[in-house]
Structure formats: C-alpha cells, structure tokens
Design a protein around this ligand. Sequence first.
Ligand code: SIN
Length: 320
Amino acid sequence: MSKISLAVEVAGLRLRSPLMNAAGVLGMSPPILKRVYDSGAGAVVTKSIGPAPRTGHPNPTLVRVSCGALNAMGLPNPGAEYFVDEIKALKEMGVPVVASFFGGSVEEFAEVASTLSKAGADALELNASCPNVQEELGMLASDAGNVEKVTATVREETRLPLFVKLSPNVTDIKEIAMAAERGGADAITAVNTLKGMAIDINFKRPILTNTTGGLSGPAVKPVALRCVWEVAEAVDIPVIGCGGVTTWEDAIEYLLAGASALEIGTAVMTHGFEVYGQVNEGIRRYLEMNGFSGIKEVVGLAHQIGEEQDSRADRCSIRV
Ligand code: SIN
C-alpha cells in the first residue's frame, strides 16, 4: 500500500486530497456532501448560494446528452440565511466546506460572502459564471471590469480563501482571470459549464425551458483543460481545474496543465461517489510509478517540459 500523500495546499487551505465536488451537482444536503468527503474528497463545495430564496427555472432543467449533461437550473437555492445551519452541520461532521455563492449586484455578492464567512465556511467560491441567468450583472465573468470590481468588494468582506469561478464562454479567459487576481482572488476555478442546447425532434422545440443550458461532463474536458492551461500561464495564484474530470488520467492531465486541485461534478452522476476514491488511487499510483513524492511536483509540469522542448528546438534549429 502506497504511503504517498495526496495532500495539497490551495490558497492557504490545506486539503488531504486535491479533489472536491463541483458546485451544484449534489446540491447542499449535509449528509450527501458528507458522502463526497467520506468517498475521498479533500473538501466539499456547496450549491451556489444567493441572498434570498429562489426557485430557479421550471422543469425540464437537466438533460443527458452524448458525453455529458446540459443543465439550466437557474440557481435555485433557499437563500444564504438558510445555509448558515447547513454549513455549521457540515463543520460539526468535520468536513471542510467551500461555500459557492452569487449575487445579483456587487452589494449582494458582498452581503452573501459576509453571511457565509460568519457561518464558518473554510473558503468561498464566487460564482461569476452561471450561463443560465440574466441578473443585473449579466454573466459576470464575461466582463473583466465587473469581475475585478465584484472580487475587490467581496475581498473587503472576508479574510477566507476566495476562489473565483470563471466561464469558458468568453473570448479571452486570461484577461478575466487577471482581473480576478487584481481584485484580490486567492485562486481561480476554471471552469463553469459551456453554453449549449438540445432540441426534442418530436416536439420540435428546445428541451430545456431556458432554451440553452450549461454543458458538463467528458465532452467539455478538452475546452476546460485549455482554459486551465491558459489561466495558469496568466496568473500567479493557484488554479482549480473543473470540467469533465472522470478518470485519474483526466486528473493528471489537469495537474500537468497547472491545476493545483480539481472539482469533479458530472462524473458522480455517471460513476457514483466511488469516483473520488478511484481518482485518488490513480493519482497516487501515477505519482509512485513516475517517482514523484507529492502532487506539487506535477502541477504545471507540462508547461516546463514544453519550454525545455522549445529551447532545445531553438538550439537545434539551423540558422541560415
Ligand atoms: C444553474 O443553476 O443554472 C447552474 C449553476 C451554474 O452553472 O453556475
């Protein structure tokens, strides 16, 4: 049995494993999130919490598509005050909690961040990237100025590690990640879902009531991996990879691309809670077989090897 530790430190948060669940997929019920932790995750991420109770979009809000799922829930949640006790319950069970949150205005983001910090969360994940709502700020993560402003305002409200979750549905994710870093983010979660849609050919209309939804699962992995790669080159804060992680090989790709930790979402629906333990074990074996003593040694390694190859190619090129 290997003794290699999978512990990581992300933005000051020490985790026994680099794995977390992605916000939303498993809701917020403390016993369910406890199962994620018991299955091997290092921390759990809550469903995105807003300032007030919100019903979200009417059904259908979720549809399975090839290689993934499309969802357009519309951020349903019972409001920040309700979550205070849920967060406390998770903490009493010994589970590290990352509270995902959103607001409809800069002030609301700050207000919710403050409530969740006082509730005892270990870290906050600012959801700047839900593709399914038209709030006052629109899809926040498509505007670097808004991202910087909201991040900076939230930063003043909390001393907790602050992750900012970005969207792949932007022209240049590097620019947005740098704005979050300027605003005081401690880490970037890359990325939320990819905007997509599905049509029912018999009813001849979109399946989701919201028409479009966010695509998750293996289909988005190459896109999300590219985002992690780009963000890791653009910022000096840690990157948390999210998007289609299903196997340990996916996880290693993300680590090599520059992710310091990973969120697994849709794979829980297809592979069950066991996915956390399976991915942990695969990572551990990979580290062992490749002579690494910990995860830190792998994070971003593909960038360094790429640079070495470039400089070798330069040295070998024949100049005329
Ligand atoms: C939703 O509730 O519509 C999805 C949340 C998200 O993608 O951030």
